[in-house]
Design a protein around this ligand. Structure first.
Ligand code: UDP
Ligand code: MG
Length: 323
């Protein structure tokens, strides 16, 4: 039996690029089917992440034009990670294997051949890794690489230069469904599920149309999410730093006492002010980091749903409406 593949494509305000890339996904599906690697039951599943433009209309039109296109819509915008999760969870009981990919054409669609080959060879997870980032601007490349290095330094292990272009088998997805955290950082969580995995490298291209939704602010938010959901190292660093500062202050107190006893004490307003400001700043940053974790605990305890699907292209119109 040939495996059923679902290509999961999150889309947020992508009306410019979707008409360009959607046929490319379908072509790849047909090619893989013609090569006898996947079943004809395979599909391209678009996840509309609460777009404010014509994205959902385009997805519905695509679904009407070819049965290989499917679409689901989230009830509102919840962010890239949750959109991918919604697609994966929707697909897990309908297929044998999924590949998640951005809809902007930046990730090389041809790498899917190798991913499917690796799956057929027994791998359950295949990470798409960007071999080079020449197409990215210097700023994007620099911030993205710093992002991975900072994550690693903070104890959040992720596959270097791997974003959310990856193959996951439904077997892994069924286990992954038991990871219930609300703070989603898929590229850090998928490796925790385990199973046999490998990487496939590809060259990252430029966006075919439209513009990026990941400005520096969202990248920083993603990095903070990644670190705080995968590692408690920052809290350990705070403790270590606090101990060091305490030790140094102890030596300072000794020194002050000795100089005072020797009658050599001098007015030290500037140095005192510096120390007070510095220690005050350190304390506030430490409180902020602890606050990040407390906030995460708060969100996790609510156990709110991580995605809500409001429409599916294969379900009929709601009864009593527009009739
Ligand atoms: N995306 C999404 N929800 C969002 C933001 C982005 O589903 O709130 C999708 C977007 O449509 C695209 C993918 O996530 O398919 C990656 O976004 P983008 O290309 O803007 O990020 P970049 O490649 O610049 O990091
Ligand atoms: Mg992109």
């Amino acid at each position: 039996m040939k495996p059923i593949l679902y290509i999961i494509v999150p889309c947020y305000n992508e009306q410019e690029v979707l008409p360009v890339t959607a046929p490319l996904f379908l072509e790849k599906l047909e090619l893989l089917r013609d090569l006898g690697k996947i079943s004809d039951e395979s599909r391209v599943l678009f996840v509309n992440d609460g777009s404010r433009d014509a994205t959902w209309d385009i997805i519905c039109a695509l679904a009407a034009s070819d049965p290989h296109y499917l679409g689901i819509a989230q009830s509102r915008n919840r962010g890239h990670q949750n959109a991918v999760l919604a697609g994966l969870m929707e697909a897990k009981d309908r297929c044998d294997v999924t590949i998640s990919i951005d809809c902007d054409g930046q990730d090389d669609i041809d790498a899917m051949d190798q991913m499917v080959d690796a799956y057929l060879d027994g791998c359950e997870v295949v990470y798409g890794v960007r071999a080079d980032r020449r197409s990215d601007s210097f700023f994007k490349r620099f911030t993205a690489q710093s992002f991975y290095k900072f994550l690693a330094a903070m104890g959040a292990e992720v596959v270097y230069n791997h974003a959310d272009y990856r193959l996951i088998s439904s077997r892994v997805l069924k286990e992954f469904a038991n990871f219930r955290e609300v703070n989603l950082f898929l590229r850090g969580l998928v490796p925790l599920v385990g199973f046999k995995s490998t990487t496939v490298s590809y060259t990252r291209a430029e966006r075919l149309a439209g513009k990026s939704h990941y400005p520096l602010r969202r990248m920083i938010a993603l990095a903070v999410d990644g670190i705080t959901s995968l590692s408690v190292k920052p809290l350990q660093l705070i403790t270590g730093f606090g101990l060091t500062v305490a030790l140094v202050s102890f030596l300072g107190v000794l020194w002050a006492l000795i100089t005072a006893l020797c009658g050599k004490s001098v007015p030290g307003w500037a140095s005192m002010t510096c120390i007070v400001c510095f220690v005050g700043g350190v304390q506030l940053i430490s409180l902020g980091i602890i606050g990040e974790y407390v906030g995460k605990i708060y969100l996790e305890t609510k156990q709110r749903p991580r995605y809500i699907i409001s429409e599916r292209t294969w379900e009929s119109e709601k009864p009593g409406r527009n009739s």
